[in-house]
Ligand binder design. Structure first.
Ligand SMILES: Cc1cc2nc3c(=O)[nH]c(=O)nc-3n(C[C@H](O)[C@H](O)[C@H](O)COP(=O)(O)OP(=O)(O)OC[C@H]3O[C@@H](n4cnc5c(N)ncnc54)[C@H](O)[C@@H]3O)c2cc1C
Length: 374
């Protein structure tokens, strides 16, 4: 507990001093903020959830979520590329990569010397992974990949990609496998970055594979286990996204409280009006509930319990809370919520990002109902 408090305190100072003042420029420039990436790396944050023996920081899921929450309070773009680097982009290399992969790619990624990405989504396959059509065909000396991935965070700058491919069409979800593809591989092309609504400093682009040859050892995990292995980190992806949501909701609520104290109408600060008080009281209550859900889930995970139901509920509740908090903030700020001078418009845009990754709200409701036996 003491370690967690200490970590949050140090981190919070870093976010206040280094991330918050840079957040507007990161958003406006719409470029990957290399200098901030290096600062996050220098503090060892990218290795937070990996054992010390392999060059990580030896932290647990609770510490990882504190990192996500605090960074998201400062800048969702920074939090988004950090989360990608800490979890989805590196986890499969850690679990299933060869010693050579770990030495050349994982360790440098944990030090921030390499950028990593994770590619599931395709134009026709978002929530429905059984629709994946990027194929990996086994040949004598390895695999040949063909297909298209889209919406891939960090892709324009990434040094390597963990890519989900169909290896056996007949087997449905049991015919999926992950592959490690390095930048520069023959047959791989990376599109220019997309123009998108928010998280503008965490660029996304498409990957296309045209007879991209990979050696045998680049399949990550046992044959046919791609979907099962994804499920092994799915609860963590969900609670991580819930923690990102919590951070953004806090930022929107903090900004609203400050503005409600400063903005005077009818001779009083607007925070003295009951209508504004009720908005803020409701937000603070939902934020507290999100916090309890996030850290209840991480504590289960830190005891080795999967926590899929709890993580799904936390992601669903916290991401909806973040969207509501950003929306209410734009109302409390009045016209200034519509101005690019204030950060609430950024919260409003960035909050939408939280709705998709790790499962949309609609699909999470389906999953929660299933967990409840329906
Ligand atoms: C900024 C950003 C970054 C991203 N980064 C990555 C990345 O790094 N790697 C990656 O692989 N992907 C990434 N994604 C993609 C993201 O994971 C997908 O958007 C997500 O999986 C949802 O898929 P979709 O957008 O195709 O929506 P769809 O699956 O097409 O869903 C559309 C709508 O239908 C609903 N729906 C779908 N199926 C059901 C169902 N069975 N029951 C009820 N409702 C349903 C959904 O809830 C949604 O409302 C990113 C997306 C964004 C916006």
């Amino acid at each position: 507990m003491k370690e967690e408090e200490l970590f949050r305190k140090t981190l919070s100072r870093f976010v206040d001093q280094e991330i918050m003042p840079a957040a507007r420029e990161i958003d406006e420039k719409e470029e990957f903020p290399e200098a901030i990436f290096k600062k996050v790396a220098k503090l060892g944050f990218f290795g937070i959830r990996y054992p010390k023996e392999i060059g990580g920081e030896g932290g647990n899921t609770t510490l990882f979520c504190i990192l996500c929450e605090e960074l998201a309070r400062g800048s969702m773009a920074v939090a988004a590329f950090t989360a990608m680097q800490c979890l989805m982009g590196t986890d499969f290399i850690f679990r299933y990569g060869t010693e050579d992969h770990k030495k050349r790619l994982l360790l440098p990624a944990l030090k921030g010397e390499k950028i990593v990405a994770f590619a599931l989504t395709e134009p026709e396959a978002g929530t429905d992974l059984s629709a994946i059509r990027t194929t990996a065909k086994k040949v004598k000396d390895g695999f040949v990949i063909n297909g298209l991935k889209t919406w891939i965070t960090n892709a324009p700058y990434a040094d390597c990609f963990t890519v989900l491919c169909q290896t056996d069409k007949e087997k449905g979800l049991k015919g999926l496998d992950f592959f490690l593809v390095e930048k520069g591989a023959l047959g791989l092309s990376v599109s220019t970055k997309f123009d998108k609504l928010g998280t503008k400093g965490a660029p996304v682009s498409e990957l296309s594979f045209d007879d991209c040859h990979l050696p045998l050892e680049n399949r990550l995990g046992e044959e046919g286990k791609g979907h099962d292995n994804l499920r092994a980190i799915l609860a963590e992806i969900r609670v991580m996204t819930a923690a990102l949501s919590l951070g953004l909701a806090r930022a929107a609520c903090d900004a609203s409280i400050q503005y409600a104290k400063e903005r005077v109408q009818f001779g009083r600060p607007i925070g003295k009006f009951q209508a504004i008080q009720m908005k803020i009281a409701n937000l603070a209550t939902d934020i507290e509930a999100s916090r309890l859900m996030v850290y209840n889930t991480t504590r289960l995970m830190d005891q080795g319990i999967e926590g899929m139901k709890e993580a799904s509920m936390a992601k669903y509740f916290a991401s909806e809370t973040a969207c509501r908090a950003a929306d209410e903030a734009t109302r409390i700020f009045g016209a200034y919520g519509f101005s690019m001078e204030y950060p609430v418009q950024r919260f409003y845009r960035d909050a939408r990002f939280l709705l998709y990754g790790g499962g949309t709200s609609e699909i999470l409701q389906v999953i929660i109902a299933k967990e409840l036996g329906l």
